[in-house]
Write a protein that binds this ligand. Structure first.
Ligand SMILES: [Zn+2]
Length: 254
């Protein structure tokens, strides 16, 4: 199955991580689809598969210049192995001391501190929250929502300028079954949970909604607007398909 898809898509001799992610974003276990992250490692001698500690993803490492037929053979065996596997569901990550939360493309460890002069500080690898807000989940969510809003607004305006379209307003919502929308009047809405997604995926979502300001459909013209802004947008769509549900693991359910 993988071999056919790959051969149709490529005439290259060696496997490419980007293409693999697109063609084979996840493995099907007994209970669910588990997303795959492909990596190459210069010291790897053989193809390797491992499960992440929290069972949220499968990591496949490839030696450089691995021939495509070797990869497809390996993936077929992985497919058989995964089909008989029953994995515990990934656990929710609550806003608690020590929680690892991806915020705007970087994993940050949540710490509550007494001696902060402000309520929140976002550092490279930490999210510091004042001790008095330890039980105020709403306030932490609001802070993350503001971060998402700032980033989404910046990208939306950047892309609107490139496509020469006008966005009337930007709103963030608790979407369950979609990541964004665009009204005919030019009002864009995004899911606040995008704050937990990699930035290239957030950029794609902005590009997608902004492209709707030009083309209110999913026609070839629409997709060429998207690819003008994000040339490898297919990779971002694959990420959302495979990993999108993980954005609901963080914080409160609503
Ligand atoms: Zn759309």
């Amino acid at each position: 199955m993988f071999l056919l898809k790959l051969l149709k898509k490529t005439n290259k001799k060696f496997a490419c991580v980007t293409e693999l992610t697109h063609v084979c974003p996840s493995l099907k276990t007994k209970d669910r689809n588990i997303p795959i992250t492909f990596r190459t490692h210069k010291n790897a001698k053989n193809l390797r598969l491992r499960l992440s500690k929290d069972f949220t993803e499968v990591i496949i490492t490839l030696p450089p210049k691995t021939p495509i037929n070797v990869v497809t053979d390996f993936l077929s065996r992985c497919e058989l192995w995964a089909a008989s596997l029953s994995l515990p569901l990934p656990k929710k990550v609550f806003f608690e001391e020590g929680a690892k939360i991806p915020v705007l493309g970087k994993v940050r460890v949540l710490h509550f501190k007494n001696d902060l002069k402000v309520n929140f500080v976002l550092e490279q690898d930490k999210l510091l929250v004042h001790e008095k807000l330890r039980h105020d989940i709403g306030a932490i969510k609001l802070f993350l929502k503001q971060l998402a809003y700032e980033y989404l607004s910046k990208k939306t305006h950047e892309y609107s300028n490139i496509l020469n379209v006008r966005c009337r307003s930007i709103t963030l919502k608790n979407y369950i079954s979609r990541w964004g929308s665009c009204s005919s009047k030019g009002d864009l809405t995004y899911s606040w949970r995008l704050v937990f997604a990699p930035l290239y995926v957030v950029d794609y979502l902005c590009a997608h909604e902004v492209a709707h300001l030009k083309e209110m459909n999913h026609s070839p013209n629409f997709w060429s607007c998207v690819s003008l802004l994000i040339p490898d947008y297919k990779l971002c769509r694959s990420w959302l398909k495979a990993h999108g549900s993980t954005l609901f693991l963080y914080g409160p359910d609503e």
